[in-house]
Design a protein around this ligand. Structure first.
Ligand code: ADP
Ligand code: ASP
Ligand code: MG
Length: 410
């Protein structure tokens, strides 16, 4: 009997009708002769709504209490789905992350899974239950609930599939798979049949919301093939797997230079002006940001003038307040004259393993943006991705033009 992990995102369980539809789909999977473990996210926009509720009572909620609050969203979905399945005559049981044996570290709101001890999940499967696990949550070493970062139910699903040695890991969402760019922004974006872990990792890290980046890291580490597909259609979606497996199926994979265009509107740029140009300055600054758990994306240091220079960074917009607080703490020590920020920036990126063997992609990308009269602020490149920071208002134009330039249209 095969074991299948099925994950349903928030839009798939947004209301009673959708929950019943998911229940039907899960039951069909069991009827096909599988043991089924289901991971669900909070219904609809509940996580965002809970964040707004917290902001209503304080502008500096403690991270621990934030996790207590946010973890409730997923609990709503698991209980409702278990009820819906029981109502349709099949046995189901809901489990929180801690009940499912998901252990995590103590970094509240962005915890990492440390281990999974799925004893209860296995026992409930043996009893013939469909086991429904709350995504996005784990238990830290001092028995507090932590959450796994936005989009963290993907991580729960992939990590559970690895721990249970599941035969299949299916991520059900509101689009039919992974596309060459967000199909909501470019209507002739194409569904990708197979994509490598590395490309998907870069896509997720540069804003393609469809999969959480850390879930792909875990998928790659434990060789979990991930099938991203639609909750609302029976069509096959996209398989995220190793380059070797794709190469075996599609030997001409490297002929594709750019596989996808991504964008991230949730960026903020911070500039620390006139910091001392001496050893240790950058180390001090980034240590302060790391202490409060802020991931820095791009970094630019200007050429020194009068023994001082400017350091600019981009971060996730949600971390802006925290970052300003942290930087203000070291402002005097670093002799900075000012700290300025712009939360109206976005990042557009092109991703593809083909870039390793095809030079000139950056030139083409900059050329397209220039033809569209879009000014590039910051640039970063690595082996299979090139990113540019631009104005938020120019994202759609940039993405459409890049998508066309690299031949990704239908
Ligand atoms: P879920 O609630 O199921 O977790 P998400 O909203 O997190 O779903 O992710 C699905 C959304 O990701 C889609 O509705 C789509 O707009 C967006 N998206 C962004 N980039 C891509 C892409 N390249 N391919 C598919 N979807 C994408
Ligand atoms: N509910 C959480 C979020 O909105 C986790 C998830 O949806 O994967 O980020
Ligand atoms: Mg998601």
């Amino acid at each position: 009997m095969a074991l299948v992990v099925m994950k349903f995102g928030g839009s798939s369980v947004a209301d009673a009708e959708k929950i019943k539809r998911v229940a039907g789909r899960v039951i069909s999977k069991q009827k096909e002769g599988n043991k089924v473990v289901v991971v669900v996210s909070a219904p609809g926009d509940m996580t965002d709504d809970l964040i707004t509720m917290a902001e209503g009572v304080t502008d500096a909620p403690q991270d621990r209490e934030m996790d207590m609050l946010l973890a409730t969203g997923e609990q709503v979905s698991i209980a409702l789905l278990a009820m819906a399945i029981s109502h349709m005559g099949k046995k189901a049981i809901s489990l929180t992350g801690p009940q499912a044996g998901i252990h995590a570290d103590s970094t509240h709101t962005k915890a990492r899974i440390t281990k999974i001890v799925p004893t209860k999940v296995k026992n409930e499967l043996k009893r013939g239950n469909i086991v429904i696990v709350a995504g996005f949550q784990g238990l830290n070493p001092i028995a507090d609930i932590t959450t796994l970062g936005r989009g963290g139910s993907d991580l729960t699903a992939v990590a559970l599939a690895a721990a249970l040695k599941a035969d299949t890991c299916e991520i059900y969402t509101d689009v039919e798979g992974v596309y060459t760019t967000d199909p909501r922004v470019v209507s002739d974006a194409r569904k990708i049949e197979m994509i490598s872990y590395d490309e998907m990792l870069e896509m997720a890290g540069s804003g393609a919301q469809v999969m959480q980046a850390r879930s792909i890291e875990v998928g790659k580490k434990y060789s979990v093939d991930i099938h991203v597909r639609s909750t609302f259609s029976p069509k096959e979606g996209t398989i995220i797997t190793s380059e070797e497996k794709i190469h075996a199926r599609r030997p001409k994979m490297e002929d594709v230079v750019v596989s996808a265009v991504t964008f991230d509107r949730n960026q903020a740029k911070l500039s620390i002006i006139d910091v001392a140009d001496k050893p240790g300055t950058a180390a001090r600054l980034f240590k302060e940001l790391a202490k409060v758990g802020i991931n820095v994306d791009m970094i630019i240091q200007s050429a020194p003038q009068d023994k001082a220079n400017d350091i600019s960074i981009t971060i996730n917009k949600a971390d802006l307040k925290k970052a300003l607080h942290a930087l203000n703490k070291v402002k005097h020590e670093l002799k900075a004259s000012d700290i300025i920020y712009d939360d109206n920036v976005a990042k557009v990126s092109v991703v593809g393993v083909g870039m390793r063997s095809h030079p000139g992609v950056a030139a083409r990308m900059f050329g397209v943006l220039s033809d569209e009269s879009i000014n590039i602020d910051m640039i970063s490149t690595s082996e299979i991705i090139i990113s540019c920071t631009i104005k938020n208002s120019e994202v759609n134009k940039a993405v459409a033009a890049l998508h066309k330039e690299f031949g990704l249209n239908k």
